[in-house]
Write a protein that binds this ligand. Structure first.
Ligand SMILES: Nc1ncnc2c1ncn2[C@@H]1O[C@H](COP(=O)(O)OP(=O)(O)OP(=O)(O)O)[C@@H](O)[C@H]1O
Ligand SMILES: [Mg+2]
Length: 608
């Protein structure tokens, strides 16, 4: 649905020094670059020679008309026997021009693609290193576009530098110096002057045009964003039968785009017409000079052909100048945007001294006066302290929004607490690498999301090195076997985008199997069985219980019946711990927990 990239306004400051940042990515292929440049020069030399072959041909043939025999003019070397030799030379140089051009492209494309590969990988790794705060605030679409535009920018910049800008500069200087030395000052001056006028005109008009191009591109993004958003919300559109409403809104955007494109087209007309005028004036002036000289006998008819051919060749690449100038500015801005991503510092960083978690056995966990807020003016956790002994299970219960999942996120170090310390074993989790920390924790998150891949691959993700047998064990423990047997494609069934083709409970069980396969010393279950019916829930809890004792676990639950057996239950409210103890202690305490318990038991009785 995207029709074009963005364009930067003339007011945007373009950071030309970004080119320097690209140089390290080119170092790998210095020899290749040298070869490409050599081919480039050879290709240009061939084009410069061609008009000369034409000139001599015309001169020889012109002489033969007046004298009746083919005579080689005195200024040509003796071995040029006949115009046929020149015809062959002309054909040869035409071919070698194309050949060297193609060689240059082929040799150089590897350089561009390798640089893009290196940069893309670097950005990708960096994005995974950035903290969750960054990722929650970004829009995936926008980010993907930044990267796409950035790599596209690199591609464009490198290609046009090598294939358009450098060759054009070489050609212009060669032509001007040839005209100067062969035909004198005026020829050189007119050519030089027209190239300069052409350049200035193009840059000025291109800058003026930018607002139209920008408007067209903005309208383009707006309409495609609208279309994508609408299609992503396919189901919601259907719930409210708003297809027509969506179509009308889309059409409004499309009409804006249509009008913007029209203005853009008019401005392009102005640019092209002006450029054509400058070129025509220059060629006319030079032809006038040449004809004048031919009449006076200072030049031959061949010279007329030569000058004309040079001019044609010279202005052809200049035709693209406006486009190239604009696109290079755009490319530089896009590359800079992408590099800004690279310069973004993650909020959560590994300690300088990269320690690992000392043991891979189940370890005790301790929260010590931990406070936390996502935004500084809204505290979410206030002075939380509790500990989980090694191999024990601690459950957290409390109302929605109390901060339960946040506790799990702090333990995983997705965020750092504003106050207080979290330790595993004796180690502050800030002092160990994130990798070491997270590889020791298995998580079944509150809303499990799956990759758009097969069930098997999704489970294997928990431990990509696991054997098929281990995967099947995990499936059995998560009570998925029955479900998978029913599927025509079994384990190879694709789960759809984010796992949406599975039911909530099935998705949860895949997530449980995935976490169990990891076999970590610490487990977090955040409402891991909330979408299951009581029967499946009990079955899974039994299965999990068999292996508890193999890990330290933190269980977050709404349904209290699932956590009666926990070694300790923590009751949270509005970011604070208000009660804690075993099930029977808390019931005896007759506080909030007892209230919840009674309410849920009554409801349970009711359901029976
Ligand atoms: N990334 C975030 N940025 C800002 N606020 C957040 C963020 N994540 C959660 N919150 C807020 O923090 C509070 C605690 O959220 P949390 O997910 O820990 O609640 P919870 O106890 O797990 O609730 P539930 O039982 O509904 O899952 C909520 O009010 C929520 O709106
Ligand atoms: Mg939660």
């Amino acid at each position: 649905m995207r029709r074009s990239g963005n364009t930067v306004d003339s007011s945007v400051k373009v950071n030309w020094s970004i080119i320097r940042e690209l140089i390290p990515f080119l170092k790998e292929y210095q020899l290749r670059i040298a070869f490409a440049l050599l081919c480039l020069i050879l290709a240009k030399l061939s084009t410069i020679v061609m008009p000369f072959a034409l000139k001599y041909m015309v001169d020889i043939l012109g002489n033969s008309e007046t004298t009746g025999s083919v005579e080689v003019p005195a200024y040509l070397p003796e071995w040029v026997m006949a115009p046929f030799a020149l015809v062959i030379a002309y054909g040869f140089f035409r071919f070698s021009n194309v050949l060297f051009g193609e060689l240059r492209d082929t040799i150089f494309s590897r350089v561009t693609e390798r640089a893009i590969r290196r940069v893309s990988l670097k950005v990708f790794r960096h994005l995974h290193a950035l903290d969750i705060g960054f990722h929650l605030n970004r829009r995936t679409g926008g980010l993907a576009r930044d990267i796409e535009r950035g790599t596209h920018g690199i591609n464009f910049l490198m290609r046009f530098m090598v294939f358009n800008i450098i060759p054009t500069i070489i050609e212009i200087s060669m032509v001007i110096s040839i005209l100067l030395t062969q035909y004198g000052l005026w020829f050189g001056l007119v050519t030089f002057g027209s190239v300069i006028c052409y350049g200035i005109f193009t840059v000025l008009v291109t800058n003026w045009r930018n607002k139209y191009i920008r408007a067209a591109n903005d309208a383009d993004s707006a309409s495609s964003t609208r279309a994508i958003d609408s299609l992503l919300n396919y189901e919601t559109v259907k719930y409210f039968t708003n297809e027509d409403y969506e179509a009308r809104r889309y059409d409004v955007d499309l009409s804006v785009w249509e009008n913007a494109k029209l203005k853009n087209r008019f401005s392009l007309f102005a640019l092209n017409a002006g450029q054509a005028l400058i070129i025509s004036l220059a060629i006319t002036a030079l032809m006038y000079l040449t004809v004048h000289n031919v009449i006076k006998g200072n030049m031959s008819v061949g010279d007329l052909v030569l000058v004309n051919a040079f001019m044609m060749q010279l202005f052809m690449p200049l035709n693209f100048l406006g486009f190239v100038y604009r696109e290079i500015r755009t490319a530089l801005v896009n590359i800079e945007n992408m590099f800004t991503l690279l310069h973004k510092k993650p909020a959560i960083v590994d300690p300088e001294k990269e320690e690992l978690l000392k043991s891979t056995d189940p370890l005790p966990i301790r929260f010590n006066n931990v406070s936390f807020s996502y935004h500084h003016d809204r505290p979410i956790l206030i002075d939380i302290s509790f500990d989980i002994k090694a191999q024990q299970t601690v459950a957290i219960v409390g109302s929605s929004g109390a901060g339960k999942s946040t506790i799990a996120k702090l333990l995983l170090r997705f965020y750092d607490p504003t106050n207080g310390v979290i330790t595993i074993g004796q180690q502050n989790i800030k002092k160990i690498t994130q990798n070491s920390l997270r590889s020791s924790i298995g998580v079944v998150p509150q809303d499990a999301v799956l990759f758009n891949d097969t069930i098997y691959q999704n489970i294997l993700y928990g431990n990509p090195g696991a054997t098929r047998q281990e995967v099947e064990n995990a499936i059995r423990m998560a009570h998925l076997s029955h479900f998978i047997e029913q599927l025509p494609d079994g384990l190879e069934t694709l789960v759809g985008e984010r796992g949406l083709k599975l039911s909530g409970g099935e998705k949860q069980r895949v997530a449980i199997a995935r976490a169990l396969l990891k076999k970590p010393p610490i487990m977090i279950f955040d409402e891991a069985t909330s979408s299951l019916d009581s029967e499946s829930e009990q079955a899974i809890l039994e299965a999990i219980k068999e292996i508890t004792g193999q890990y330290t676990s933190l269980v977050i639950a709404h349904r209290l019946s699932t956590i009666i057996q926990a070694d300790k239950i923590i009751v949270m409210d509005k970011g604070r711990v208000i009660e804690s103890g075993t099930h029977s202690e808390l019931v005896a305490l007759d506080g909030r927990y007892a209230q919840l318990w009674n309410a849920q038991r009554k409801q349970g009785d009711h359901e029976k």
